[in-house]
Design a protein around this ligand. Sequence first.
Ligand SMILES: *Cc1c(COP(=O)(O)O)cnc(C)c1O
Length: 227
Amino acid sequence: MVDHEISENIKRIRYNVEEAKAKYRKSDDTVRIMAVTKTVPYGRVNAAVNEGLTLLGENRVQEYLEKKDFYDPKAEVNFIGHLQSNKVKYIIDSVTMIHSVDSLKLAYEIDRYAVKAEKRMDVLIEVNIGREESKSGVFPDRLDELLCEVSELKNIRVKGLMSIPPIGRSEESFEKLQRLFNDLRSSCYKNADMDILSMGMSSDYVSAVRYGSNIVRIGSGIFGSRK
Ligand SMILES: *Cc1c(COP(=O)(O)O)cnc(C)c1O
């Protein structure tokens, strides 16, 4: 796919997001469009950054490390893929948020390396909203407990929730997540400042915006389908 197609795709997605926002959301709500870069060469990623999509989502540590030095310095990178505890050290310095925290063990490692890096890492808790065996994420009934534990860690700040819904059940899942998010008002959350709901991908971002998403994560809708 050539750069002008990327530009057209971004225009269309922006239009759809704005339309859904106008219909369903408060006028001062913001929804960020993240460009999800897996399998996409850095040159095309930079074409999207150049169009103003400065928030990038990375899935794979190895692939990210190979591409990151070539990214436009305007880009801000979030990690969104399944993260093994032993890989935290490779990304701690260069990403600004990790969307995929689903265990206390992983949170401990992030906190430990954040202390070393003298930073505070923003994280989202990944929720397995459809309780699917094949997916990562904490089950909804264990969310409260994990949130309380993770928010004890001093070099982590919990910013919200992320989820990937079961195929074909986006709408009901987004509605459920929005309710879950709005109901999280427990007093045990120390280092938390919950204002981000990361949900919606190429096929369902309009519905996600309707149910309160403020980061939609879009890959193929911008860059074309992955092989
Ligand atoms: C690949 C991926 C996306 C984007 O998927 P598309 O359907 O290509 O838009 C979003 N979030 C996560 C976690 C992903 O792995």
